[in-house]
Design a protein. Structure first.
Length: 295
């Protein structure tokens, strides 16, 4: 029988793995949408993912179907907005705006009446500053930036709702409902346009299969599993590792220079994660008891 601490550690490890996989999606998506429409990309990757998970749709019930479709709808909007935004702004800039999740999740949790320690906001703020140091390049804000900001709120809602329902259902079945729902909505959104894009799909088939099997099916299932044991605000904070891993991959695989800003930003993100893991008992008693409560 695993203890609460061991399950929490297991959840953290799974989320770190999710970040490693997800870190590869920004450059892949940026490359693919240059020749393939956003709707066709979403249809392709989710049809592949749903096909793999179809066998897990047995013993479905009304509550599971409702929770899975709500999650699927939120995730569909998140991916659709992100894919459209990446047609107009650089992947690094999108990664920074997306990292605002780390602040938005505890903020929305607080507004909904959840207990949120001030330490959570502090750690999230340090992480966002770190990502900003790494990636923010200034310049005029455009529609792509606004879309990514909206997208950060959508994904924050997804994380919060997943925390609420993940422990209610078998994770494989809940993941399967999400995947199938998004595949069906994606087909409706695409409206047969994909029939004219088979050549582009053929050119990118390896990347699309990777996105479908690992960056979609595996990532959604692992996050659903992990959020049974890891809180929503900690999950959002761990997702600030995604752009950090993306930078590491760019340095390692593409030979891009990390630079002094990259090192400083990475250190800040790691400091934020350390702050979030400090045992509550070693904090000053007053701080440990401070909770942000909605009025």
């Amino acid at each position: 029988m695993e203890t609460k601490n061991s399950l929490h550690l297991k959840g953290i490890i799974l989320l770190i793995l999710v970040n490693v996989i997800s870190a590869t999606t920004f450059p892949l998506t940026k490359d693919i949408v240059s020749s393939l429409s956003p709707s066709a990309l979403i249809v392709s990757r989710f049809v592949i993912a749903a096909g793999v998970f179809t066998l897990n749709l047995r013993n479905i019930n009304a509550l599971l179907f409702r929770d899975g479709t709500v999650l699927g709808l939120l995730l569909f909007f998140f991916l659709a907005i992100e894919t459209v935004a990446l047609k107009t702004i650089p992947a690094n800039r999108a990664a920074f705006i997306g990292s605002l999740n780390a602040l938005i999740v505890p903020l929305l949790g607080w507004l909904s009446g959840q207990r949120v320690l001030l330490r959570s906001f502090l750690a999230a703020g340090v992480a966002v500053i770190g990502i900003g140091v790494m990636f923010w390049e200034g310049g005029e804000l455009g529609i792509g930036d606004l879309l990514m900001f909206v997208d950060a709120f959508v994904y924050a809602a997804y994380i919060l709702f997943l925390e609420r329902v993940a422990s209610r259902h078998p994770t494989l079945t809940l993941t399967s409902v999400q995947l199938l729902f998004i595949a069906l909505v994606g087909i409706l959104w695409n409206n047969t346009q994909i029939l004219n894009e088979f050549e582009a799909i053929r050119q990118h088939w390896g990347a699309i299969v990777y996105l479908g099997l690992l960056a979609t099916a595996a990532v959604i299932w692992l996050q659903t599993l992990a959020q049974q044991w890891v809180s929503s605000d900690e999950t959002a904070l761990l997702y600030t590792l995604e752009p950090l891993f993306a930078t590491i991959f760019s340095f390692w695989l593409l030979g891009e220079h990390l630079g002094i800003r990259g090192f400083i930003g990475a250190i800040l993100v790691l400091v934020a994660l350390f702050l979030s893991q400090i045992p509550q008992k070693i904090e000053p008693e007053a701080e440990a008891k401070v909770e942000v409560q909605s009025s």
